[in-house]
Design a protein around this ligand. Structure first.
Ligand SMILES: NC(=O)c1ccc[n+]([C@@H]2O[C@H](COP(=O)([O-])OP(=O)(O)OC[C@H]3O[C@@H](n4cnc5c(N)ncnc54)[C@H](OP(=O)(O)O)[C@@H]3O)[C@@H](O)[C@H]2O)c1
Length: 278
């Protein structure tokens, strides 16, 4: 099988490239193809003629998206549509990475794939609109929604907490947002399986179990052997440009259908620390 990974230089992309063995993998970052350039996207998909295109490229700075709305929609929605149009003119299948932030967070039980989207942030809107447009353009595409992604090789929550913990005796971390942390290695392995199993439609892919950011930070520091005190805070106290859903736990039911079981997030956290070497 030949696979084209767009966004291969990102946090998830790097894990996908490392984990994807036994198939021919073409890995591209924004220097190789800017997904805003429809003609270039067409050229790359035509010339590489892959069986699968994994679209992990995105403008992922959730707060940055609030201030750079045009860029958010140009990359996350219109760029994704460019890829979908190129795919629709080829024999390739498409899997698109989306986000728990397409939901408003008002539910109190895990979100199912067909729960209505109601994004609260520009980033969430750009991903939600991309989902709708992609399903129209390539009806047999697969959309893998994930959340709270962490891994080695880029900026992520545990990396920030570990860096701050080295210089501070206390850290305030929000305790009123709940979600599912997801390790890039486990996410990459699940995506590879989904492609091999010919997935189509929306699927939720996260590590199992859920927590608040506060609980996530506590578990991290305990495992890292750091004694920095973590204090629970409210989102209101930590004003950020983009609103985040209070609850964005994603149901694993859609993944069960493919016989894919995700490890728990605490186990993933321990493996992350091992991979990180600290
Ligand atoms: N991180 C999370 O917590 C999270 C949560 C839910 C969903 N997701 C989704 O998961 C996917 C992967 O996220 P990630 O955390 O791995 O992202 P990331 O580390 O920020 O990487 C983003 C990737 O997108 C590429 N990119 C950005 N703008 C581009 C453009 N205009 N044209 C082509 N490529 C472009 C970057 O390329 P260069 O580095 O070469 O510029 C990089 O390879 C994204 O779709 C994201 O929305 C992430």
């Amino acid at each position: 099988m030949k696979v084209l990974i767009l966004g291969a230089t990102g946090l998830l992309g790097k894990a996908l490239v490392r984990e994807w063995n036994g198939d021919e993998v073409l890995a591209m970052g924004s220097q190789d193809v800017d997904i805003r350039d429809a003609a270039r996207v067409q050229e790359v998909v035509r010339n590489s003629s892959p069986e699968w295109v994994v679209l992990a490229a995105a403008y992922t700075d959730v707060d940055g998206c609030e201030n750079h709305q045009d860029l958010a929609f140009a990359v996350n929605r219109d760029g994704a549509v460019n890829v979908a149009e190129a795919v629709s003119r080829s024999r390739a299948r498409l899997i698109f990475l989306s986000s728990d932030y397409v939901f408003d967070g008002r539910k109190t039980s895990p979100y199912d794939v067909d729960d209505p989207r109601n994004p609260q942030s520009v980033y969430g809107r750009s991903k939600a609109e991309a989902e709708t447009r992609l399903l129209e353009t390539v009806p047999d595409c697969s959309i893998a929604r994930t959340s709270w992604v962490f891994g080695v090789g880029g900026k992520c929550f545990p990396d920030t907490i570990l860096r701050l913990a080295r210089n501070r005796s206390t850290l305030d971390v929000v305790n009123d947002q709940r979600g599912c942390p997801t390790y890039t290695v486990d996410l990459a392995r699940a995506i590879i399986q989904l492609c091999r199993k010919n997935a189509r439609g929306i699927v939720h892919v996260t590590n199992s179990g859920d927590c608040s950011w506060f609980e996530f930070a506590q578990a991290l520091l305990t495992r890292a052997g750091l004694t920095t005190e973590v204090r629970p805070a409210r989102s209101q106290q930590m004003a950020r440009p983009a609103p985040r859903p209070a609850y964005s736990v994603l149901s694993a039911t859609s993944l069960d259908r493919y016989g894919i079981e995700m490890p728990g997030w605490k186990d993933a956290l321990s493996r992350y620390l091992e991979e990180r070497g600290s």
